[in-house]
Design a protein around this ligand. Structure first.
Ligand code: CMX
Length: 436
């Protein structure tokens, strides 16, 4: 059974369950909203619904109920591979079922049939302006350009699609978009930093490994790293800025290309996905300043200087997490296995010892521990991808897996257009006073 057929089997029951929520429990109260939450970025208000992943503040992410170690252990991999196939992981995100190797390979084969990027997409990137244009701008333009091919947008405009069938068109667009993202990213990279074009994809390689191949990175360890990277960055429940943006855009019945172009713009912010570029930048500044791997004391001082100059320490803190991000731990384990003597890894490790006590002593950050971005740059740099303003593009490939599964399911169950309510400052003050 194909992934799409499996989904078709699961959708009717999930849709019924979703409809029953409002019918049976529509007026039940499940959360309250404080003034601090309204004034403070809606932090933690329970108001989004997804079954793809859940983020526990202390435990970290679970994909379809599985922790990161469980996910990596259960998913199928090719003979001799360290990391499972991303195609199998996508199957898990969509269905909640751990696929067989054949099912994972079927997703990979489907991607293979779609991964050729039409020339007009590259033409849009070529026409994007001066050479210093940020790679996230180029990547987002590539995603947005593909919107002209959206099956969802075309069928909707033709008025030939029933509401119950929206998810099928979203699914088709998602498969096409995800299939092509590695090639577009590799194109952006080779064009911007090397003035050439990427390798053509190799049909014998899986989707994740192919990215490494198209980047012209021959190290087999980098292929494994990239599969891991894309899995780790795929989804972090629905409230983070990029996932939420994509969900919101798609809720207007925009297609997945519009939705992910919007999400990428949110990912490009320094408090979100751009933190991975900022983080390596910070680590390299530390190393330059101390002429090599610094001591814990030296990093402590540097961290205080960063805070006292009014800046955040990138890669540390999180809006939901209250412990070390398991995505950080997983990358650390990869580094300990493959590059324990790398001086940047050594520095990242000393930062891990030095920064949390500084943030605790500073007393502002609710979570002093590292997040995913505190490690990812070190691994990229180690394997030769040294241009750190490219790193958020990598995040953008991985996160597309989660958001596309989410927006497809949004349409499958019939989630409506999103429309929270705003009030004026006067109204909020009056409500607050009345509540005293
Ligand atoms: N360095 C310095 N100060 C920090 C901090 C850090 N790493 N993390 C939080 N703080 C500060 C906040 O800026 C805030 O200060 P103000 O009260 O002066 O505004 C205060 O601590 C409280 O913030 P918080 O409730 O702990 O964290 P938020 O939910 O507001 O913000 C985040 C979360 C991630 C934006 C923040 O921790 C941060 O800026 N971290 C550095 C950037 C980063 O690593 N971002 C990547 C996050 C991962 C992802 O992309 O999802």
């Amino acid at each position: 059974m194909t992934l799409k057929e499996k989904l078709a089997q699961k959708v009717p029951a999930a849709r019924e369950r979703y409809r029953a929520l409002s019918k049976q429990y529509g007026d039940k109260v499940i959360d309250k909203v404080t003034v601090a939450q309204v004034a403070g970025g809606m932090r933690s208000i329970k108001s989004l619904l997804t079954d793809i992943s859940y983020l526990d503040p202390n435990e970290g992410i679970r994909f379809r109920g599985y922790t990161i170690p469980e996910t990596l252990e259960k998913l199928p991999r090719r003979a001799g591979a360290e990391i499972p196939l991303v195609g199998g992981f996508y199957h898990l995100l969509f269905t909640g079922d751990v696929p067989t190797l054949a099912e994972a390979e079927a997703v990979e084969a489907d991607w293979r049939g779609r991964w050729t990027v039409p020339q007009y997409v590259y033409d849009v990137i070529e026409g994007a302006g001066p050479k210093d244009t940020h790679p996230m701008t180029l990547f987002t333009l590539g995603v947005l350009a593909m919107q002209r091919e959206s099956i969802f947008a075309r069928r909707y405009a033709e008025k030939t699609m029933k509401r119950e069938d929206y998810w099928e068109a979203m699914y088709e667009d998602s498969m096409t978009m995800v299939a092509r993202l590695p090639a577009i990213a590799a194109y952006v990279y080779r064009r911007k930093y090397h003035g050439d074009t990427p390798n053509a994809p190799d049909p014998n390689l899986d989707w994740g490994s192919n990215f490494a191949h198209m980047m012209k990175n021959p190290n087999p360890e980098y292929r494994e790293l990239m599969k891991l990277y894309f899995i780790l960055h795929s989804d972090h429940e629905s409230g983070n800025a990029s996932a939420h943006t994509a969900h919101l855009v798609a809720s207007t019945l925009s297609d997945v290309f519009y939705a992910w172009a919007g999400g990428l713009c949110a990912l490009a912010g320094p408090l979100h996905g751009l933190a991975n570029q900022e983080c390596l930048d910070w680590v390299m500044k530390v190393m330059k300043h101390f002429n090599g791997v610094p001591t814990k004391d030296q990093i402590e001082k540097f961290a205080w200087d960063t805070l006292n100059s009014g800046n955040v320490i990138p890669g540390y803190g999180h809006a939901v997490l209250r412990k070390t991000d398991p995505r950080y731990t997983c990358q650390r384990e990869f580094a300990l296995k493959h590059c324990p003597d790398d001086p940047i890894f050594k520095t990242v490790s000393v930062v891990f010892e030095a920064v949390p006590p500084v943030l605790q002593a500073a007393g502002k950050a609710k979570n002093p521990w590292p997040n995913v971005d505190a490690h990812s740059g070190q691994l990229q740099y180690h394997y030769g991808v040294k241009e750190w303003d490219f790193y958020t593009v990598l995040f953008g490939i991985g996160r597309a897996l989660g958001i596309s599964a989410n927006v497809t399911w949004d349409r499958a169950v019939g989630q409506p257009i999103e429309r929270p309510k705003s009030i004026t400052t006067d109204m909020l003050e009056n409500l607050a006073k009345a509540a005293q």
